[in-house]
Write a protein that binds this ligand. Structure first.
Ligand code: HEM
Length: 429
């Protein structure tokens, strides 16, 4: 939006483009994108660098974009965009050129037939059985972190749940799943944090370099002496025609799991805990009936999920959508935050109600995306959420916010709903 424009996104219906860094939109994405859904469900917007893009906010159109193969995840699928141009975008983010391939060609950044192949290979290793078999370890890791919380209480009597529980839980679970030895986990926690926070390019670059080398060494060692972790399964997986993941693809896949499964799950735990503490009636219901945990996690994903919008989808041709023409080459962001509060789809959408019913897969909410790129780790994330919420409130029945609700600080990053800190009082235990 230009300096003279009304900062209210409702004004962005034709003449003014939506600015993703608009402070109002960052502070309260539910109201801002909700207004857009009413007034301009397919709206012109400006990317962070000022280039044109589109945001889509209605449930039906969000799904339509994610179902339409003419919208590509890989900009290379757009006629006229070459790999130099794509690499430039990534290098601008602070990556060294030689590591661009490890980040640029993830399963999430690919289109068929590459996506079909990668997704099929990884799905053979990342199975439902592997995820459910991990549950006792998720319980143990959760219990250990919860036991350690009193040791992190500061002078003001509060403990930051984000730093001491929400972040360490998912990265430790990923380490466990991949098969990272206990002694190396502190390193992974540090690299993970530096990679996902993406705030300091130099540290991100060195974390990436160190992590790639570490994964490469792990692969070499597993080839000598195989075990039965996810990494072994990824190394071993082979299609009938002999196709398998190359070393570069293996490294990229492990990095993807760390990046995709870390900050997201951490913020589901942070946002969900804050939501339950500020809705004591809902927390009470969960406490009375822990069997509600799977539904509660779905509802928290809908109501305050960490991902507000998907990765950009690139129009591979001119596409008509919701009365607008999206020109070839322009990116579209499918706003999960709009779809998940769409009154056409959910009764009383702004109300948090952990007793709403959801189907397990193909649920009406789009917190884990939709279509062929639907989150690979959704079952794992849901499992972590269920264990985290249930055990946290069980272990600390007197848990409470150590700050007023309106003092909680949300990180102003487009596309992400995340608390900087979540200070809590553990209460009498
Ligand atoms: C894809 C959300 C946890 C791995 C996605 C997408 C969303 C999402 C919205 C689709 C993005 C798009 O279409 O642009 C979440 C949330 C999580 C979570 C909210 C936690 C609460 C995880 C975990 C893992 C994971 C724990 C793995 C350890 C992936 C992968 C993809 C993906 C590999 C790409 C799938 C593909 O392109 O086929 N996730 N995710 N995610 N997620 Fe998750």
């Amino acid at each position: 939006m230009s300096a003279s424009a009304d900062p209210d996104p409702a004004a962005a219906t034709g003449t003014d483009d939506v600015q993703l860094t608009d402070p109002d939109l960052l502070a309260d994405p539910y109201t801002g994108f909700g207004r857009l859904r009413e007034t301009a469900p397919v709206a012109r917007a400006r990317n962070l660098d000022g280039s044109p893009m589109w945001v889509v906010t209605r449930h039906d159109e969000v799904r339509a974009v994610l179902d339409d193969p003419r919208f590509a995840n890989n900009p290379l699928s757009v006629p006229g965009i070459d790999s130099d141009k794509r690499a430039e975008l990534l290098v601008n983010m602070g990556l060294s050129e030689e590591y661009v391939p490890y980040i640029a060609d993830t399963v999430l950044d690919s289109d068929p037939p590459d996506h079909t192949r990668l997704r099929k290979l990884v799905s053979r290793a990342f199975t439902v059985r592997r995820v459910s078999g991990l549950r006792p370890r998720v319980e143990q890791i959760t219990a250990d972190l919860l036991d350690a919380l009193p040791g992190h209480v500061g002078d003001d009597g509060s403990v930051d749940l984000i730093e001491h529980f929400a972040y360490p839980l998912p990265i430790t679970v990923i380490c466990e799943m991949v098969g990272v030895p206990e002694a190396d986990r502190p390193l992974w926690r540090r690299w993970g944090a530096e990679l996902v926070r993406m705030q300091e390019p130099d540290r991100m670059r060195s974390a990436l370099v160190e992590m790639v080398e570490h994964i490469r060494a792990m692969i070499a060692q597993r080839r000598e002496a195989p075990g039965d972790d996810l990494l072994d399964a990824l190394i071993a997986v082979r299609e009938e025609d002999g196709d398998r993941l190359t070393e570069k693809e293996l490294i990229t896949m492990v990095l993807t799991l760390v990046i995709a499964g870390h900050e997201t799950t951490a913020n589901l735990i942070g946002n969900g805990t804050a939501a339950l503490l500020t809705h004591p009636d809902q927390l009470e219901r969960l406490r009375e009936d822990p069997e509600l945990a799977p539904r509660a996690v779905h509802e928290l994903m809908r109501w305050c999920g960490p991902i507000l919008g998907t990765r950009p989808r690139w129009a591979t041709e001119d596409i008509d959508l919701g009365g607008q023409r999206i020109p070839q080459g322009e990116p579209v962001m499918a706003m999960i935050v709009g779809a998940n509060r769409d009154p056409e789809r959910f009764d009383d959408p702004d109300r948090l109600d952990i007793t709403r019913t959801y189907e397990t897969r193909g649920e009406q909410h789009t917190g884990f995306g939709h279509g062929m790129h639907y989150c690979l780790g959704a079952a794992l994330a849901r499992q972590e959420g269920e264990v985290a919420f249930t055990r946290l409130f069980e272990r600390y029945p007197g848990l409470g916010l150590a700050a007023a609700e309106d003092e909680l600080e949300w990180i102003p990053r487009p596309g992400l709903r995340a608390l900087r800190r979540l200070p809590l009082r553990l209460g009498g235990v």
